[in-house]
Unconditional design. Sequence first.
Length: 275
Amino acid sequence: MKLSRFTHRVLVAMTVALPIRAAKAQVAVTAVRLQPYADTIPGALVAFTMVPVPAGSVTLPNASGPQTVAVPAFWIAKTEITWDIYDIFAFRLDVPREERPKLGVTVRPSRPYGAPDRGFGHAGYPAIGITAAAAEAFARWISEKTGHTYRIATEAEWARAAEAAFGTATLTPKRLNAVAWTAENAEGQTHPVGEKAADQIGANDLLGNAGEWVTTADSGYALRGGSFRDAATAVTLTASVRQDPTWNQTDPQVPKSRWWLSDAAFPGIRLVRVP
């Protein structure tokens, strides 16, 4: 059947417009999904906030040379996980008292030998002295509790969040002091999360305070962001450190605890979630 010139134009216009409308609709859906939100743990009077990180690419060091990694949009926790939340997991507070011993030390952390907060402060302070394995277990637990899939960031995701938060230029001493607890201003301890200014994505303490576990490309772990014990010059967007034996040197257990670091009061947790 021969179509009139007018009908042909209409059909062409519809053919072009429909994919564009669909693409715009998808962008709109993505934009709606990647909004800040608060999540809660059923049965507990605590909440945590997630903020969006836009998609982008980052360049990471690699044995064969710098590697550029594309990072899709994701959410990252506004703050480091605090003791208010971690205590529920670590001390089995979500389980009836009589059932707690049945969980065993392979599922939940064993009791630490001393005060896990090192006397720095508890309510509102970042959970610290936590192994990478414990951070992973916590992420699985909170995923089960909330119904959302949380985990610790990949190194590329953390780098992307840091770049979106601060740009790529070196932070001036004044700017760093405004957003981070370092050896120069922390007085040798962690501080309550969120006391320092928020960054450009609305997160707090991405630099300094407690360091944050990430997974690395070689299936290992690293601590990013620096901490309260690090000199300001070492608290940078690219600083990365791997665990060494001194972090758990005085632990009397054999084998040493998979949950707590006896000699490292600085590793903490920040969660991410991918749409």
